[in-house]
Design a protein around this ligand. Structure first.
Ligand code: NAI
Length: 782
């Protein structure tokens, strides 16, 4: 195009970015790359090609990491851990700061290499990916600096295995490596097979920064390499970002291993436009929501929900805007939409869209490149909520749309998904927006903006979008564990029946406690509970899967509890404490009879239970969220929300205090609980029914199902409406982890149990497990 023609047409002329420096780096360091292990690059081995998706050209060759490579890398990371973890925070901060500075120094090289390898527009890699990655290292240099004073009593986990996707190769690396290193862990990172080059360039700057050998290791390869990392016994934590299917497999593969796990998975995030929205801004927002990075964004606003009264006009304006998008050479600075990462993704998207039989498909009327992996910006309107394209993640530049009439219908449609990563809403009425935001099942909500990210703002999902947060203090804590004194859990057998029973005693069968009422066990069976002195103390119902289902149903019915105020919950917890206190002697006597403990110990357990209820009554309105210092004109509010329905397996020991230690933090934070009490000593918990009844605890908030945990734990862990499972019993952890993969519920099972009478039996760790952070971004001003 000549300058004259450009003047005539007022079209953008081409503005290509030079790739010479990036190609030079590839030629010098490669073009055949090995892994980065123990501070050096290994020789290149058998592997696969790295391609430029915009042209199909092979630009480098990568090594397929074997189980042996993973072994060597994990060993290097384990060796480095002993020194790195003991460095003062300030020493680690200096390294993280150096990495941030070097990312800044080589910013252009990183941006061009990213675009060459991934196909994303240079404008995005230059202005978004690379600056956000730098910011992440700066921010975490600060966390490392402050950690010793701000998070005392915490320890790093060890070697972290980190597996990242191809959509934000450098940025996801930064999200993973910066907090892990700040917290004192060492890392083996596996980049995605389509996009490993910026990770290898990052390895280069680790050397330049003088990072101690083995602190960061990078092993390239495909899913098989990832699997070797996931199953390596010396890896203490797996942090994964990628598809929900692989996340689920990782949950299963790590079952029972004791590894920490955070999963950041897929989404089908709603983009809600109310009729009073600033329409032009909402349309511009959609360009960022679904055509940013060709829609290959886990939190892409891929499901447009637009208020019916403005839908026609909105779609018309949207189509006009789509026709102005420029699709083409990603290295051209004027390009809006680049290439998809690989022909495989192209085929997947094409197949999904072709399989759709509903609605109306509109493709942007724009010139498309003749070759390369490009897909036109697409809008599909008129889909029913259950249509596969409304439910399944397309992970491409395809927006699906439907309409709603009322705000409550918008919430219902928005939440009609198995995912819960992000949501966007547009309305000039902040009152409405701030009413809707807390009602959305999402870890991140953007009000009148979209796809805002920052190192200070926690990011992550609920439901099948995974668990754990990245960013902020919250993200750092996912790489730390409390330094608590724990004792391994072990089963305690019930007291056997005596040989001869002298006085049969009264037949008192404790029932289940479901929905605020006592309920007979579905099985109709119960078991006698004996004291060690041969006295029959009562019978405890033998619950089964059906009882668990009823209890979860009741908990679901008590959803209103999650909307109550902290103040109200505090009052009720104080009331429980007061009523327990009134019957303290009775409970102490019961504990003595059940466990043949000393009178002093039984009294201490009751007193500690009362104190614990006070503790969580106190916390109910004080476990605050925060307003994060993000670099926008506006606020990012990190709100703590209840997790939902928590299944809790109480410890065998301390049968009253153990149960109270789980119930109290859970309900203080607004959760509903299904508790399986101590298997050998269930009657300490069943005695609580009357205390709960007289303390104004609404029916369904606390449900108690007695029985054999071997029967009840799988039912609870496998139940799709239970959001989290806490295990402090000796139940089979591997089974619990594997069963929980179904709906990717949050499993909390520390390495052992605390001394329940001591300080480790309560506190922040319990409150954190009982809550999930939702980050609500509200920019302000014009
Ligand atoms: P993927 O989930 O298979 O790959 C992500 C990472 O996991 C890669 O590094 C891969 O090598 C690794 N991996 C694959 N199988 C593994 C295993 N069994 N154990 C350990 N690591 C394993 O994603 P993929 O195949 O690249 O894309 C498929 C679909 O996943 C996309 O179409 C999209 O829907 C979704 N996706 C979602 C992402 C998100 O951020 N939510 C990111 C990437 C993909």
């Amino acid at each position: 195009m000549t300058t004259r023609e450009i003047f005539d047409s007022m079209e953008y002329g081409p503005a290509p970015e030079s790739d010479a420096e990036a190609r030079d780096w590839i030629a010098t360091r490669g073009p055949d790359f090995g892994h980065f292990i123990d501070g050096g690059f290994t020789d290149a081995g058998q592997g696969f090609a790295a391609k430029n998706p915009a042209t199909g050209e092979e630009i480098a060759r990568l090594t397929q990491g074997s189980a042996h490579d993973v072994e060597v890398a994990v060993a290097a990371a384990a060796k480095a851990f002993s020194k790195w973890s003991k460095l003062p925070g300030h020493a680690r901060a200096k390294y993280l700061y150096a990495l941030a500075r070097l990312l800044q120094k080589h910013a252009r090289l990183f941006a061009v290499l990213e675009t060459l390898d991934n196909g994303k527009p240079i404008r995005e890699s230059r202005d978004i990916d690379v600056p956000l990655a730098q910011r992440h290292f700066y921010y975490h240099a600060g966390l490392a600096q402050l950690m010793d004073s701000e998070m005392p009593g915490h320890a790093p986990l060890g070697v972290c295995g980190q597996i990242i996707p191809w959509n934000f190769p450098l940025l996801m690396l930064a999200w993973k490596i910066a907090p892990a290193l700040a917290a004192g862990n060492t890392v083996v990172l596996k980049p995605a097979e389509y996009t490993s080059l910026t990770a290898l360039l990052f390895a280069d700057i680790c050397r330049e920064a003088g990072l101690p050998k083995g602190v960061v290791n990078i092993v390239t390869g495909d899913g098989a390499t990832g699997e070797a990392l996931v199953t390596h016994p010396d890896v203490a934590k797996i942090a994964f970002t990628g598809s929900t299917a692989v996340g689920r497999r990782i949950r299963e593969a790590t079952a029972g291993s004791g590894k920490s796990l955070t999963l950041e998975l897929g989404g089908k995030s709603p983009y809600i436009v109310f009729d009073d929205a600033d329409i032009d801004s909402a349309i511009e927002g959609l360009v960022d929501a679904i055509w940013f990075n060709q829609g290959q964004v886990c939190c892409a606003g891929s499901r447009l929900l637009v208020q019916e009264s403005i839908a026609e006009d909105f779609h018309a304006r949207l189509k006009a805007r789509m026709d102005k998008l420029r699709v083409g050479d990603p290295l051209d600075k004027c390009i809006d939409v680049g290439a998809l990462v690989d022909p495989v993704q192209h085929q997947t998207i094409t197949r999904m869209v072709e399989a759709n039989t509903e609605g109306e498909v509109y493709r942007a009327q724009v010139p498309m490149p003749e070759q390369g992996c490009f897909y036109p910006p697409t809008l599909i309107t008129g889909l029913s909520p259950a249509a596969p394209l409304m439910q399944d993640e397309i992970f491409g530049p395809v927006l699906v749309s439907t309409t709603f009439r009322t705000p409550s219908e918008a919430v219902e449609l928005a939440n009609n998904t198995r995912y819960g990563l992000a949501a966007t809403l547009w309305s000039e009425n902040l009152n409405l927006a701030l009413d809707i935001a807390p009602k959305l099942a999402a870890g991140v909500v953007w009000v009148n903006a979209t796809n805002l990210f920052d190192a200070a703002a926690p990011f992550g999902g609920v439901r099948e979008s995974g668990f754990g947060r990245e960013g902020g203090w919250e993200g750092l804590s996912a790489y730390l564990k409390p330094k608590a004194k724990l004792t391994p859990r072990k089963p305690v057998a019930p007291v056997p029946a005596p040989d001869t029973v002298e006085a049969p005693g009264l037949d008192r069968t404790a029932k289940m406690y479901v929905g605020g009422k006592q309920a007979r066990p579905d099985s109709g069976y119960s078991r006698p509970v004996w004291s060690k002195r041969g006295q029959l103390l009562g019978h405890a119902g033998l619950g089964n899967r059906k009882d668990i289902r009823n209890a979860v149903e009741a908990a679901r019915g008590a959803a209103g509890w999650s909307r109550t105020t902290g103040h109200l919950r505090a009052q009720i917890l104080y009331y429980i404490a007061e009523n327990l206190s009134a019957r303290a002697d009775e409970f102490a006597a019961r504990l003595r009879a059940l466990t043949t403990t000393s009178a002093a110990r039984a009294e201490a357990e009751v007193e500690a239970s009362i104190a614990r209820l006070f503790t969580y009554a106190a916390w109910a309105d004080k476990f605050d969220g925060g307003v994060k210092s993000v670099p926008i004109r506006g606020v990012a509010m990190a709100m703590r929300e209840p997790v939902g329905i928590i299944g809790a397996l109480a410890p065998e020991e301390a049968p009253l205090l153990g149960a109270v230690s789980l119930i109290a933090p859970a309900i203080a934070m607004g959760n509903r609980v299904v508790l399986v009490p101590s298997a050998p000593y269930p009657l300490a918990a069943t005695d609580l029914y009357q205390v709960l009844d007289t303390s104004d605890v609404p029916g369904g908030v606390v449900n108690i199902v007695t029985g054999d945990p071997a029967d009840l734990a799988p039912a609870l862990a496998g139940h799709l409406e239970v959001d989290a499972l806490w295990n402090f019993s000796a139940s089979d952890q591997a089974m619990i982890d594997a069963a929980s993969a179904g709906n990717l519920k949050r499993v909390w099972a520390p390495e052992g149990n605390p001394d329940w009478l001591g300080g480790d039996g309560e506190g922040r760790a319990f409150l954190e497990a009982a809550t999930e952070v939702k980050t609500i971004w509200v920019p302000y001003g014009e």
